[in-house]
Design a protein around this ligand. Sequence first.
Ligand code: AMP
Length: 211
Amino acid sequence: MFIVIIGPPGAGKGTQAKRLTEEMGLIHLSTGDIFRENINNRTELGVKVKKLLDNGILVSDELTIEIVKDRLIDLGFDRGAIFDGFPRNVVQAQALDDFLRDNGAKVSVALSIEVQNEVVIDRLTGRRTDMKTGRIYHVIYDPPPVGVKVEQRADDIRETVEKRLSDYCETTVPIIEYYKQRGILSVIDGNADVDDVTENLVKCLSGEVLL
Ligand code: AMP
């Protein structure tokens, strides 16, 4: 099964996608993670996109779509995947549909996690990552233990978060309508507790709550 998870930055897409991956044996395909891995490994792609990511600017559709296609070809189409951070606009959504169709597959469910802007800003500007393990903390709600070295993602500073949010409204929100028209959209309240959000997502996927 191929699933698209949509939501503003800070909606918890990555966390939830990882949980669903474990629950359902799917592959987690996060374009943001692919770009960050390449930046950390200083690959040619990483060097190309670093400035864009640091400033919360979207990578070109052409490059992003090519990377997703390559990853899907490597993974194969049998296990399915949860797309996180992709598609980011209608052009990418169409390209994904076309590519999956050409390979005998399709997006079965689009899950839209809705979160208020203030909640997103609060979550992201306080987010810190353990440099060793990758575990995520929050300076107020889940502070890192003394001695744990954490860093802030360059794109989590307030100005950049606000820019990412306005880009989300302008370019990504239209894909919610795109999937709604195809009859495969489920909407989930992302302001709730993280475990409740997972539970609701799992319910949606088992067809219990199709909004
Ligand atoms: P994310 O981890 O999903 O918040 O993505 C981090 C950054 O990676 C974004 O701000 C963009 O610079 C880039 N990126 C991730 N996914 C996409 C995409 N589907 N299209 C264009 N740029 C992307």
